[in-house]
Design a protein around this ligand. Structure first.
Ligand SMILES: NC(=O)c1ccc[n+]([C@@H]2O[C@H](COP(=O)([O-])OP(=O)(O)OC[C@H]3O[C@@H](n4cnc5c(N)ncnc54)[C@H](OP(=O)(O)O)[C@@H]3O)[C@@H](O)[C@H]2O)c1
Length: 321
């Protein structure tokens, strides 16, 4: 049995609580909030055994195997550090931190202290995503020439919420663009020749809408990312012998379609989520812990760091332009 602690009680914490309660050998042992009332309400709703009114109390609970961090992105760095100080393994929400140097520092501490550390990039744990990567690697759609991976989710404007508030790590790149970058590098790797990025920066100073394109020399990608429109958010991988179409909402889709080089439909691959999709990252973390691994082979830390470095490169282009 793996004893989980959840840090924070917001939107994503609720989904993970459901997933932990679903996964065999997982126990929701404790939850922590900045206030005890919220922790107790959450604990009652999801059956947590212990409820804490501070993150420090959760981090120092000796009876916890792994802590899942569900705070706003700008808090991850200090929250992960707190857990590491108390010798806790960590599964932390995406984006892992606001900048790559912060991610690098956390990875160094995890390695030094021999603690398990994983970015909660749930998409990469889906059997469908892994199957699509396998199909492309096997040459099923020939040589990949282009990937379009758009992700726009309309958000009600509130300067104080985590989407628009810079101090909370707001902005579309950290919230949504990370999925585009993760998705396309999963197929084309990190050896791109150039990248183009432009953003509309809103009045709170965060990127609200943007376009990001990668030039791999013999392949190109494009991603429109934003908070101001609601797209159907497909990821389309086009090769010389066919294409794969993931979506709508590619980052949690449990199916994809394969077409041949003339656009004729070949097959649909569907592997329905067992719970709500978050169960796969919980299972992956537990598998790693039971094998004594300090990082996931599906989401290696070097991969997470490289993606954060690319995100920094993109942000620098937003500022420059
Ligand atoms: N993987 C996914 O599909 C997915 C989906 C959504 C979000 N996320 C990621 O998960 C993280 C949290 O997102 P969310 O949508 O759950 O956010 P949320 O609903 O706003 O919840 C964030 C929680 O963090 C805690 N918190 C600590 N310091 C805070 C502060 N200064 N201001 C506001 N809240 C603070 C609060 O919990 P307490 O008051 O209980 O301490 C709050 O409920 C983000 O990093 C986001 O990128 C991932």
């Amino acid at each position: 049995m793996f004893k989980w602690g959840i840090m924070a009680t917001g939107w994503i914490a609720e989904r993970l609580a459901d997933a932990i309660n679903y996964v065999p050998d997982a126990e929701l042992t404790a939850v922590a909030s900045r206030g005890i009332e919220k922790a107790e309400a959450f604990g009652k709703r999801y059956g947590a055994k212990r409820c804490y009114g501070s993150y420090e109390e959760l981090a120092s609970d000796p009876d916890i195997d792994i802590i899942y961090i569900a705070t706003p992105t700008s808090m991850h760095y200090e929250n992960v550090k707190l857990c590491f100080e108390h010798g806790k393994n960590v599964l932390c929400e995406k984006s892992l931190t606001v900048t790559a140097p912060e991610t690098a520092e956390l990875i160094e501490i995890a390695r030094e202290k021999k603690l398990f550390f994983m970015e909660a990039m749930w998409m990469k744990c889906f059997p469908t995503y892994r199957k699509a990567v396998e199909l492309v690697k096997s040459g099923r759609i020939g040589e990949v020439k282009t990937i379009r991976v758009d992700i726009s989710k309309a958000q009600h404007y509130d300067p104080n919420n985590r989407f628009f508030n810079k101090a909370l790590g707001g902005g579309t790149l950290l919230d949504l663009g990370v999925y585009s970058v993760t998705f396309l590098t999963g197929f084309l790797g990190f050896d791109y020749k150039d990248l183009y990025a432009r953003a509309y920066i809103g009045e709170t100073g965060v990127d609200r809408d943007e376009i990001i394109c990668f030039d791999y020399g013999n392949a190109y990608t494009s991603s429109v990312v934003g908070f101001d429109i609601e797209d159907d958010n497909r990821a389309i991988i086009v090769g010389t012998k066919g294409r794969i179409d993931v979506g709508p909402d590619f980052w949690y889709a449990d199916s994809f379609k394969v077409y041949d080089e003339y656009g004729d439909f070949i097959e649909e691959v569907k592997i329905p989520h067992l719970c709500n999709g978050y169960e796969y990252e919980v299972m992956e973390a537990q598998e790693c812990l039971s094998e004594g691994l300090l990082e996931s082979k599906i989401i290696p830390l070097s991969n997470t760091l490289r993606i954060m470095e690319i995100m920094d490169e993109i942000t620098a282009k937003f500022i420059k332009n």
